[in-house]
Design a protein. Structure first.
Length: 272
């Protein structure tokens, strides 16, 4: 994971509880860390621009946040009400990756918070990579603004972060949607803040889960790894969905078809 930062539908798999791996699954793949250029992540970030100028339009409100370890994060809040969503971007961008779906979900009645992970976009870097701390303050901020039920939706790196944060946050969140988790072994928290990785978090993960990937996405973990996480999680409500194709993270939603329908059904079920 960066410093401060890293399925044709006939093959779809949607399972609850018991899950069987495909016969041709490979082993757990560990992708090497990818780090953004230092020039894109200043220690003292510029002041975040007005949300309308950045990517979300005039109804968005800047929500600066400070994590437990003192890192200042850039965030934006859209909509209002008790049905909350915290959106975590993937490795090749920032909060603006959600510019299509944040407004769509607000129009469906959700209260949405999007933010830049530390060392991405307009957020500070901090001394350590603690994306669980970033997610924790985002969830707390949205709940303080009136969201009684909060689902965390992560893509790419953000999906792995969402899995680890879900294990830490427990009943503070109503569910997790993980789109294209890169690896079970990628840390989302610093040493001493356990669990640090999705692999370590799987047996402590008890919140409702929807894990989605495409079968030929070379940047997502293998079917065997995804199946292992879901099988070994004690969550009573867990679903694994695999689709053909190569789309990664947020791009799976942009393809239309069954994937956004599946995700939005999960959101409705867990923010009622």
């Amino acid at each position: 994971m960066p410093a401060g930062g890293l399925l044709r539908l006939t093959c779809a798999v949607l399972l609850t509880g018991e899950i069987a791996a495909t016969a041709d699954c490979g082993g757990i793949r560990v992708d090497p860390p990818v780090r953004p250029p230092a020039t894109t992540a200043p220690a003292e970030p510029a002041r975040p621009p007005d949300p309308a100028a950045r990517c979300f339009g005039p109804t968005a409100v800047n929500v600066p946040m400070t994590t437990a370890d003192g890192v200042r994060l850039a965030g934006v809040r859209l909509g209002s009400g008790p049905r909350g969503l915290v959106l975590i971007h993937q490795e090749d961008g920032d909060m603006c990756q959600w510019h299509r779906y944040a407004p769509r979900w607000v129009a469906q009645g959700y209260h949405v918070l999007v933010f830049d992970l530390r060392c991405f976009g307009f957020s500070e870097c901090g001394a350590v990579d603690d994306y669980v701390a970033d997610t924790t303050i985002a969830v707390a901020t949205l709940r303080a603004a009136g969201a009684a039920e909060v689902v965390v939706v992560g893509a790419g790196v953000g999906a792995g972060v969402a899995l680890v944060a879900g294990a830490h946050l427990g009943d503070q969140v109503s569910g997790v949607v993980a789109l294209s988790v890169p690896s079970l072994t990628e840390p989302a928290a610093p040493a001493g803040r356990d669990p640090r990785t999705p692999l370590a978090a799987r047996t402590a993960f008890r919140v409702p889960l929807l894990l989605v990937y495409t079968e030929r996405d070379r940047n997502a973990m293998s079917a065997r790894s995804a199946t292992r996480f879901v099988n070994e999680s004690p969550s009573p409500d867990k679903r694994l969905a695999a689709f053909s194709g190569t789309a990664h993270g947020v791009n799976m939603l942009h393809t239309g078809g069954e994937i956004p329908v599946l995700v939005e059904g999960f959101l409705r079920a867990h923010t009622a």
